[in-house]
Design a protein around this ligand. Structure first.
Ligand code: BGC
Length: 918
């Protein structure tokens, strides 16, 4: 195969509709079977119509041939882009033989479309319910149905309009203060959920762009929207006050439908005083509390009939659009449906349904022949109670989140209830008030999350490890909902910074979260205070103190990780001042360079077990790490003076750390696993004490019977550091451990996601305190990065960006007989896997065009490494071969390879070179 060009992206998304970046960055990926395949040059051409790409006279932009091996984030430098314009583009590449490579003509094409780029493009104003003339009163009887969860009813807004002919193009630009669902002629526009998502609303509010060309017809039309409170004015986090206290107290809509006709004319239907409003069937909807629907109150055709009674004029709530930005990342969508695994009949009308998987989303329930006025309640829980009330929902851990949806039947033969303005974290639901026998096919779980493309896969011979990986993946799905959240079920669901930074390396293995994290980084930066302190959460809500160590450091770590993983220099540049300001903030308040002051809520190694890692040690280690990253980032951004300053700062912090916390025998103050892990991983030990520190660490693990004590912070480093320092045996022992505390313990007790705490439920103590006991937190799932990076073996060298220089280091061990991971990286497909028998090992790898790899083949017989029965070093694409601690290290050009070598199960590399965390 020649080179295949695929995965074309603009601004880190495929075919994005409505972007407002003035110079969108274009990217593509490459794939090839041919060894040594590489791009050597490219040419991008762009035009307003696909056909114009073939007409040199009609091109909008032509880069000409550019000598470059990269297809990563190439900024548009054609003429300034106009609003609401679709731009078609094509990329041609030349390969290492000089030949034009690529797909059959035309397939390496894509497009992006701009949104509304200028303030003057907006004629819409914010509309909503007139708070004075129409206070948000609930209809009689509503409180009785909805109970304490009752909030003001969501808005149903509409505007009829007439067009003589169908437009050739129709776009809806819309957003809400609240969450909204746009409607056009009785249909839903687009497939976004919970739009516009959650941002630091005071600073940025995202609008969405929908292609609604197919929904507008000649004649009468109706544009509408339902708007609920969402993050704008509903309950958010554990603050007992509604978000009204933070953002605003009434939801509102801003929308603009732009119709382009064949004759070149344009018509704009914008939110204005012509719109009307009334409450509908949804009595109340809240992210935490759930949704209440009284189907008897449904107004038929409210969003389709040209004329309608009962709608009152809207109020203009604001004439300024405010800080609007085009949605820059993947929207939340329903991405899958899970059928019920079992349905248990508990009592007349009451069922408990098990979906077999802890997930995030909602339930779609079909009711047949429900009598009019029948009340059906759907409650959600992650686990069932044990003990006396066997098999009932354990909902105490939801705290104030009622997570209850209610429905009052209209009395139709078939009614479908699916709330759209709430999400729940659940595996089980209790359906109460069901009118008949619940058919298992009538209840479906709908999974929703930010629809970041899934790009990674890990698999191995051990079912428990595979379950662990599955649990990690579900944790990511459930907690990447508009922002990276700590948990999806209780009254919290906040963008906690440490959780995000600890899990980010795993997240980027699983999915293309480039745009997702870059977008969230703006919230992190927006949340920074004038002293340079980040906050514990972003968007900032309720947590107004300076961030804690390892929490605030996310503001430094994540942009750097995005640069390393995706080659996104812009997120680094955009965050850089904030990163440096954070380090300056810590330094300013800690002149002796031990971070002991201004430590915010100082959570330490949060949720560690049977250990107490000194908080100032942990803080100082993170201070060192952040200073080192700022130095590296300054180098990348061409700021050598800032780099030198931070390098010196890092050296001084390191020295302060050693002086204060490292004893002459290599013991680290506090003698906890996390203390050792931080010192080893962040390079904070004198060279001659590393081996001794590793011994202390290993001894601690061993004397506990191969158990861990690490919390959120330490756990990320546990297996990587042990494996890196010649104790892969212990890393595997921890991976396979199934006594408390361990990943295996939760799996043995039925976990299908990663628990917040090691002791969320134990045989000896039952449930942990209800006040803080989530069964879906991803932090302890940060081992996912190690499964990909070391167990299967996909990594990159410390200086590499976006997997250009791969470091493939399969690590056979434990009870695994094979393992394999694949990642569709920013450059193309990368894979690494191994399989062993009693005396042989086979290693299979994929290196994408333009990348090279160092592959460590684990063998005691380096000379015996073969491909197709020929010595490895003689094979095409093998650029070098050298015996190494692991066995044989091969330098590979791009391509797919399969090597075999002799291998005995107990041959685990005893000391691979010490590598610090980048
Ligand atoms: C959250 C965490 C968070 C922590 C701070 C908890 O309530 O769920 O995940 O990082 O607070 O210690």
């Amino acid at each position: 195969m020649t080179i295949r060009v695929y995965g074309l992206q603009a601004e880190q998304r495929q075919e994005p509709l409505g972007i407002d970046h003035p110079r969108p960055r274009l990217s593509w990926k490459l794939d090839s079977d041919r060894r040594g395949a590489a791009q050597t040059a490219y040419r991008i051409t762009a035009a307003l119509r696909p056909a114009d790409l073939d007409d040199p006279g009609r091109l909008l932009w032509d880069t000409g041939r550019r000598e470059s091996g990269d297809g990563l984030l190439i900024p548009w430098d054609g003429p300034a882009l106009q609003s609401a314009t679709r731009c078609h583009w094509r990329v041609e590449v030349w390969d290492e033989t000089g030949a034009a490579a690529g797909n059959p003509a035309g397939s390496a094409r894509s497009w992006f479309e701009t949104g509304l780029l200028h303030r003057s493009d907006w004629s819409a104003v914010w509309i909503g319910r007139d708070p004075v003339r129409h206070p948000a009163v609930q209809p009689p009887g509503a409180a009785d149905i909805a109970g304490a969860d009752l909030l003001p009813p969501p808005l149903h807004l509409r505007r009829a309009f007439h067009v003589d002919t169908r437009p050739v193009r129709a776009r809806l630009y819309a957003t809400a203060r609240g969450v909204y669902e746009p409607r056009l002629n009785g249909c839903r526009a687009g497939d976004h959920e919970l739009a516009p998502g959650w941002t630091e609303y005071h600073r940025r509010l995202q609008y969405q762009t929908y292609d609604v060309t197919g929904l507008v017809h000649a004649g009468d039309n109706v544009l509408g929207a339902v708007v609920a409170d969402g993050w704008w004015s509903g309950y958010v986090g554990f603050d007992p006050r509604r978000a009204a206290q933070h953002y605003g107290d009434c939801p509102a809509l801003l929308a603009q439908l732009v119709l382009d006709f064949a004759d070149g004319s344009r018509r704009v239907i914008a939110t204005d005083t012509v719109w009307t409003e009334r409450p509908g069937a949804i009595l109340s909807a809240d992210l935490l509390m759930g949704q209440v629907v009284d189907a008897r109150r449904h107004v038929p055709d409210w969003d389709a009939a040209a004329t309608i009674d009962g709608f009152a004029p809207v109020a203009v709530l604001d004439t300024e659009p405010g800080p609007l930005v085009a949605e820059p990342d993947h929207p939340v969508r329903v991405t899958m449906e899970l059928p019920a695994a079992t349905v248990e009949h508990k009592a007349p009308g009451r069922y408990v349904v098990d979906f077999g998987q802890n997930l995030v989303g909602r339930v779609r329930l079909t009711l047949r022949s429900a009598p009019r006025g029948r009340r059906v309640t759907v409650r959600h829980a992650e686990v069932l109670t044990d003990g006396e009330q066997d098999g009932e929902l354990y909902a105490a851990n939801l705290r104030r989140a009622a997570a209850t949806d209610r429905y009052v039947a209209a009395g139709e033969p078939v009614e479908v209830f699916e709330p759209q303005f709430t999400t729940h974290g659940f595996r089980y639901v209790e359906i109460d008030g069901h009118p008949g026998e619940l058919d298992v096919a009538d209840v479906v779980a709908r999974v929703l999350h930010s629809d970041t493309p899934w790009t990674g896969r890990f698999e191995c011979s051990d079912p428990v490890t595979n379950q662990l990986y599955t649990n990690i993946a579900w944790g990511q799905r459930g907690n990447f909902v508009a922002v990276p959240t700590d948990c999806p079920q209780r009254d919290e669901r906040l963008g906690w910074l440490a959780d995000a930074q600890i899990f980010a390396p795993t997240a980027t293995r699983n999915a293309d979260v480039a745009a997702f994290f870059a977008r969230w980084m703006r919230d992190v930066v927006d949340g920074q205070d004038t002293d340079g302190a980040f906050r514990d959460v972003a968007p900032v809500i309720t947590m107004h103190r300076e961030a804690a160590p390892a929490w605030g450091d996310a503001g430094v770590i994540i942009p750097w990780h995005l640069w390393r993983t995706y080659g996104d220099r812009q997120v680094l540049a955009d965050s850089f001042d904030a990163m440096a300001a954070w380090v300056a903030h810590v330094r300013r308040h800690n002149p002796d360079l031990r971070w002991r002051h201004h430590t915010g809520n100082n959570y330490g190694d949060w949720l560690q077990v049977d250990a107490d890692t000194p908080r100032d040690l942990l803080a100082t280690a993170y201070f060192a790490r952040s200073a080192a990253i700022v130095a590296d980032a300054a180098d990348v951004l061409g700021r050598p003076d800032v780099a030198a300053e931070h390098r010196a700062l890092h050296a001084a912090i390191r020295q302060a750390f050693i002086t204060a916390y490292v004893h002459p025998d290599g013991a680290v103050e506090g003698e906890t696993q996390t203390g050792y892990l931080l010192a080893l991983a962040f390079g904070l030990l004198p060279d001659d004490l590393i081996a001794a520190a590793v011994k202390h660490l290993a001894a601690d693990v061993e004397q506990r019977g191969n158990r861990l004590t690490t919390g959120f912070v330490g756990v990320q480093l546990l297996c990587p550091v042990l494996a890196e320092h010649g104790r892969a045996d212990l890393a595997y022992a921890l991976l396979h451990q199934d006594e408390f505390p361990s990943w295996g313990y939760s799996i043995r007790h039925g976990a299908t996601t990663i628990w917040e705490r090691w002791d969320g439920w134990t045989e000896h103590g039952g449930f942990q305190a209800d006040a803080m006991n989530s069964f879906n937190h991803y932090s302890l799932g940060s081992i996912g990065d190690w499964l990909f990076g070391r167990v299967a073996g996909i990594d990159q060298t410390p200086g590499s960006v976006a997997y250009r220089d791969l470091l493939l280091r399969p690590l056979p061990g434990g009870r695994l007989t094979w393992a394999r991971a694949e990642q569709d990286t920013a450059r193309g497909p990368v894979a690494c896997g191994w399989a062993r028998t009693d005396d042989r090992i086979t290693v299979t790898v994929t290196v994408p065009p333009g990348s090279t790899a160092l592959l460590e083949v684990p063998t005691a017989d380096p000379a015996g490494v073969r491909e197709h029965d020929e010595p490895a070093h003689t094979r095409p694409g093998v650029l070098g071969a050298e015996p190494s601690a692991a066995g044989l290290t091969l330098r590979l050009a791009s391509g797919r390879y399969t090597f075999t070598a002799s291998h005995t199960p107990d041959h685990t590399p005893d000391h691979t070179p010490v590598q610090e965390m980048p």
